[in-house]
Design a protein around this ligand. Structure first.
Ligand SMILES: Cc1ncc(COP(=O)(O)O)c(C=O)c1O
Length: 451
């Protein structure tokens, strides 16, 4: 590694950072992370902090997961790459598809289509949905429904179903034929209520109303995060996803669960769909599938689709979609080792238990700090929404949010900010002591921000 001075001098000079303003990055260069161990990361100046961001919701097993590292090293020696395009396959990807079919069996998902990440998985699911309807003789089913505040990555398809203006405006026009319903968000919604059941039913009513207006036979799919992540950790009422599932069934609309964050235990259940007792038609996964050590993803597919795709004689039945790195053997080997560790450590149970402790800590912070407007979460995905005025629910100023993050960092914990939200998504292997440390650092951050 080059010297710390070299890294600092060249920081953000020759690269544009994702989700950031290039000029701002030059003026305020980002933290340089140089090392990691367990659930901690170390920056270029030698500060070691607990990573309450978990990489980017994806380092579920922490930074020292030796079985995954070994699997990657071994696979690089055996077969560092070969394509899975028509005609060739590889050993780890075959074994992984077998294991994933078993893991997602309770979700009714038995086939995998491999990708290089979350945006790729979303793009794949959106495309397969249209193709499915074409094969079923309903070529007009091309439209998509999605939720405001939903995040589905940044490919043009994903950005089109994305429900946050920040990720859309600069890239418009996006796909035509995409319609957004309100988010199931008790803290902010257009229904003048905080009752999650009423909100769920109101959105379901709007969905049916819009289906009647558009024509069910023009709609391909509805995409939903079981718990909305990047939009501010929005936990719907438990009735919401089942209600939307029943409407999709009634009108022949496919349900795509975007489980890029929620799959593999983060909510305290093995998948977000399972958390709500719903079987989606497809589930997009990525991130924690390799514990973040290798860019990889999988779209999981249910029987409704497999029956059609595997028996159709139509020339359109061939999947004209895929990536050079679909089924990459190193990624597949990493995913196999990650899945085994994920199950062995039973991280879903730990996420549920630590999540309850974390939420209790955040509720206590809300009781103490006027700056906190709302706290919410499920398992180990949580958010603290900062406000300048609780009654008006007006967003806290940018510098106040930044100060909370900076002071928390000085107190040994990395948290992430998104607008006026502090987002927490630590590794699923954190301990009760780690939870206390996160809450204490946030307490210091909230006090420091108004001081
Ligand atoms: C729910 C969801 N879908 C899709 C994506 C996009 O994944 P990626 O950044 O790996 O392309 C993300 C990323 O955070 C996500 O949270």
């Amino acid at each position: 590694m080059r010297s710390a001075n070299f890294l600092k001098e060249n920081n953000a000079r020759h690269l544009w950072h994702p989700m950031a303003n290039a000029g701002e990055m030059l003026a305020h260069p980002p933290k340089i992370i140089t090392a990691s161990k367990g659930v901690e990361i170390t920056d270029v100046d030698g500060h070691t902090v607990l990573d309450a961001v978990g990489g980017l919701w994806n380092v579920n097993l922490g930074y020292s997961c030796e079985p995954v590292k070994k699997a990657i090293r071994d696979q690089l020696d055996d077969l560092p790459y070969y394509s899975t395009f028509r005609g060739t396959s590889n050993a780890p990807v075959i074994e992984l598809s077998f294991e994933l079919a078993d893991f997602f069996k309770p979700d009714g998902l038995t086939r995998s289509f491999f990708t290089s990440g979350g945006s790729d998985s979303v793009e794949t699911a959106l495309r397969l949905a249209r193709q499915y309807h074409k094969l079923k003789g309903q070529p007009e089913r091309t439209k998509y429904f999605a939720l405001k505040k939903g995040y589905h990555g940044t490919h043009f398809g994903g950005a089109s179903v994305n429900g946050n203006a920040n990720f859309r405006r600069a890239y418009e026009p996006l796909l035509p034929g995409v319609f957004h319903l309100p988010a199931p968000f008790p803290y902010r919604n257009p229904f003048s209520t905080t009752d999650g059941v009423v909100i769920a039913q109101s959105i379901a009513n709007l969905f049916e109303d819009e289906i009647a207006f558009q024509g069910a036979d023009t709609i391909a799919a509805f995409i939903i995060e079981p718990v909305l992540g990047a939009g501010g950790v929005i936990v719907p009422d438990e009735s919401f996803m089942p209600l939307m599932r029943s409407i999709c069934d009634k009108y022949g609309i496919l349900m795509i669960a975007d489980e890029v964050i929620t799959a593999f235990g983060r909510t305290g259940a093995w998948s977000g769909s399972r958390l709500w007792g719903v079987q989606p038609d497809m589930a997009c996964t990525a991130k924690a599938i390799t514990n973040a050590y290798y860019p990889f993803g999988a779209v999981m597919i249910n029987e409704k689709l497999t029956e059609v795709f595997e028996t159709s004689k139509s020339p359109l039945a061939s999947i004209g979609h895929g990536y050079t790195y679909s089924g990459h053997p190193v990624g597949a080997a990493a995913a196999l080792a990650t899945l085994a560790e994920t199950k062995r450590l039973n991280v879903a149970d730990n996420a549920a238990a630590r999540g309850l402790e974390l939420m209790a800590g955040l509720e206590a912070l809300k009781a103490q700090h006027e700056l906190v407007g709302d706290v919410r979460g499920k398992g180990l995905m949580c958010a603290v929404e900062l406000v300048s005025d609780r009654t008006k629910q007006s967003a806290a100023a940018k510098d106040v949010v930044q100060k909370v993050q900076d002071v928390a960092y000085a107190h040994g914990v990395m948290v992430r900010t998104s607008g006026a939200n502090i987002i927490l998504s630590p590794p699923l292997v954190i301990t009760a002591a780690d939870v206390k440390k996160i809450v204490a650092a946030l307490d210091a951050g909230l006090s420091g921000a108004i001081g």
